[in-house]
Design a protein around this ligand. Structure first.
Ligand code: NAP
Length: 342
């Protein structure tokens, strides 16, 4: 099994059909490091060995912030930089004591790109995302700053994570009017069982030829099928395997679980049986086959066994009927979204 490559939206750059996410590298929960440095390097080695070249991080990943970037930098030091397409992000607070220590102001973005490049041990990023929309900084200030970073060769492409369809549209419009580099890649929370409807956002991406890189594509592990329902009246309560994210992270239920998720998981499991694949592979394949936009899920994994299973999505084939069945499981008999939150 080896990964294929896809063009990163409308850019000329080719990335593996799955990206590897490094959010949990060096992250401490109750004093326990979820993924240690040696495990992180083993995972990166395994990903690259299987043809992966697209790696996602952020300035604030790890405990303390910056640890994920630093560990990737140490790993990269022994490799050919040009063989990796490296993405990082800016927005969240890096230094709580600095009044300019968060957001998308020119000051913060300028400060953060230097730290990110330093920790990663590189003089350029392939892709720089804004991690969130900043309500307090005019988008023109952010976009003009990012445009200069591209001009200076510090960043090749721009990306945008987690925002409303209107915000993405506004940013694209501002870039076009001012002839600035535009966001070429988006990173929404999106998986088959997600309780929100992101179809309008995806329509913008499809129309504008933007790459879509969904984060938490397995709903933090829920769509692997390893969780069982703990309460028929409360979809956010699970029986979680020891040591899993759901057993450690208080926000797991709130982030990832809904009635819709359980309905979709049933359909994912059923299709997985039919195609002799793991539910995780079917859930990822469903995203990769999403019509009308280039979708490149950012998979997470804590072990090389999990990573191998997830990368196996590249070899799974879903019929149109199977894909539709998972899509339709998102709606109840009357066409309403299951478990939709107002
Ligand atoms: N832009 C943003 O705001 C944002 C937010 C979140 C994430 N991200 C990016 O997206 C990446 C992926 O997010 P994520 O980690 O939430 O993704 P995910 O793929 O939904 O969840 C990954 C977790 O699920 C479990 N898992 C994965 N594969 C498995 C398998 N085959 N069998 C059993 N369990 C499995 C593992 O956790 P356990 O073993 O602990 O159960 C793993 O850490 C992050 O690393 C980050 O780069 C971005």
């Amino acid at each position: 099994m080896s990964l294929d490559y896809r063009r990163l939206g409308s850019t000329g750059t080719r990335v593996s059909e799955l990206c590897f996410g490094t959010w949990r590298f060096g992250r401490e929960t109750d004093g326990v490091v979820e993924t240690t440095k040696s495990e992180a390097h083993e995972l990166l080695d395994a990903f690259v060995e299987r043809g992966g070249n697209f790696i996602d991080t952020a300035n604030v990943y790890g405990t303390p912030s910056g640890r994920s970037e630093r560990w990737i930098g140490d790993w990269l030091a022994g490799r050919d930089r040009s063989e990796v397409v490296l993405a990082s992000k800016v927005y969240f607070g890096f230094d709580p004591d600095n009044p300019n220590g968060s957001g998308l102001s020119r000051t913060h973005v300028r400060n953060q790109i230097e730290g990110t490049l330093d920790r990663l041990g590189t003089d350029y990023l392939d892709l720089y995302y804004i991690h969130r929309w900043d309500e307090e900084t005019p988008i023109e200030e952010t976009l003009s700053t990012l445009d200069r970073l591209v001009e200076e060769g510090k960043v090749n492409y721009l990306g945008a994570s987690t925002m409303a369809a209107w915000q993405l549209t506004k940013a694209l419009w501002k870039s076009e009017v001012h002839e600035w580099e535009r966001f070429e890649v988006t990173q929404p929370l999106f998986h088959a069982g997600y309780y929100e409807d992101v179809s309008e956002y995806l329509d913008v991406c499809g129309d504008q030829g933007l790459a879509v890189c969904p984060y938490s594509p397995l709903a933090g592990g829920f769509l692997t099928g390893k969780y069982e329902r703990a309460d028929p009246d409360d979809p956010e309560r699970v029986i979680a395997p020891d040591g899993s994210r759901g057993s450690m992270d208080d926000q797991f239920g709130d982030y990832y679980l809904s009635e819709r998720g359980w309905q979709v998981l049933d359909a994912v499991r059923e299709v997985a049986d039919e195609v002799d694949a793991a539910p995780a592979q079917v859930a990822l394949r469903w995203l990769m086959d999403y019509p009308d936009a280039t979708v490149i899920p950012i998979v997470g994994a804590r072990t090389t066994g999990q990573l191998d299973e997830n990368l196996g999505a590249a070899d799974v084939q879903l019929s149109v009927g199977q894909w539709d069945r998972i899509y339709e499981a998102r709606y109840d008999g009357e066409g309403r979204r299951w478990g939709h939150r107002d």
